[in-house]
Design a protein around this ligand. Sequence first.
Ligand SMILES: [Zn+2]
Length: 139
Amino acid sequence: MNRALELAQFQYGRTGENPSVGCVIVDRDGRRLSEGATGDTGRPHAEQIALERLPQGAAAGGTAYVTLEPCHERSTGEASCSSRLIEAGIVRVVVATKDKHPQGDGGLSRLREAGIQVETGLFEAEALDLYESFFAKLD
Ligand SMILES: [Zn+2]
């Protein structure tokens, strides 16, 4: 998660309206397979980048560390990050903080419904610092 936060901090301020997110994918032995951060102007999303860097099936059985709850829906109609993680066969998702945005919110419950083990709150204070202004605009 430290690395995921580093990735998010690096892209901070470059992702337009979208929050800057970092994602690290590790295999079942904890070895880092891939990573990603939200693209310039806000897309692609971090999870999408990290997954697309891997050959098909490579993330199966792995864990994703994400600084913000993976999105439930995409405004563009593309596959959401939560469904991409499910499709990739990820078995555990560790999230620093939940998303308050209506299209992000609900991602964790979708993951849980798919049988994925979900943990939240790792480095949450750091993540809340990072998303303070993003969350503030939603209120
Ligand atoms: Zn997403």
